[in-house]
Design a protein around this ligand. Structure first.
Ligand code: FE2
Length: 189
């Protein structure tokens, strides 16, 4: 496979997203681009993108579009680090660089979620994502999940591309049937 630069990937993703009003078409178009990017990942990832944090999984920005319509992060997961149950309010394409990332899905029993309470979620399936794997999601009611690495597995590193700047997302309390919007920080490159 010929090398694929980060700039070319971003340009191709922007072109693909612009031509796809349906997020499902968008992630279908971008999936092979992420697969190709993973083959060149060691060419553009810098030491800063591998920063971890002993307190929680680390979000290291790789590219954030000035138009706020595209963002790419390297997430670094130390053993035992997990997200809360959350959504993204956007489509997303995830590619695995290193380790084995686990994603546990939740299903919204009543379809599209319009309020912050009365949310009925049911646990869905799990996926284990090894290096080179690509997974995608589309917003509301899909894709509510929590993601991480169990205590007994080594560090994982993954690339996450979203259709907006991912500076906030909903966190769900499954038992209470509620959600709230939280701001999430990232490390600049
Ligand atoms: Fe997520």
């Amino acid at each position: 496979m010929t090398p694929y630069s980060l700039d070319a990937f971003i340009a191709d993703c922007r072109k693909a997203a612009a031509g796809c009003p349906d997020p499902a078409d968008c992630v279908t178009a971008i999936t092979p681009l992420m697969l190709r990017l993973l083959s060149s990942v060691r060419d553009f990832l810098e030491p800063a993108h591998f920063r971890s944090d002993p307190a929680h999984y680390a979000r290291n920005a790789i590219y954030i579009a000035p138009e706020a319509d595209l963002s790419l992060y390297a997430l670094v997961w130390l053993p035992g680090q997990w997200t809360p149950v959350h959504d993204h309010g956007s489509w997303g394409v995830v590619g695995i660089v290193e380790g084995l990332l686990e994603e546990r899905a939740y299903m919204a029993l009543d379809g599209e979620i319009r309020a912050n309470q009365g949310i009925r979620l049911k646990r869905g399936g799990n996926v284990l994502l090894p290096p080179g794997a690509v997974t995608t999601f589309v917003p509301n009611p899909d894709h509510i999940h929590h993601t991480g690495v169990p205590d007994d597995r080594p560090r994982a590193v993954s690339l996450h591309l979203y259709g907006r700047t991912m500076s906030s997302f909903h966190v769900y309390d499954v038992e209470a049937g509620t959600r709230r919007l939280i701001n999430v920080a990232h490390n600049e490159s």
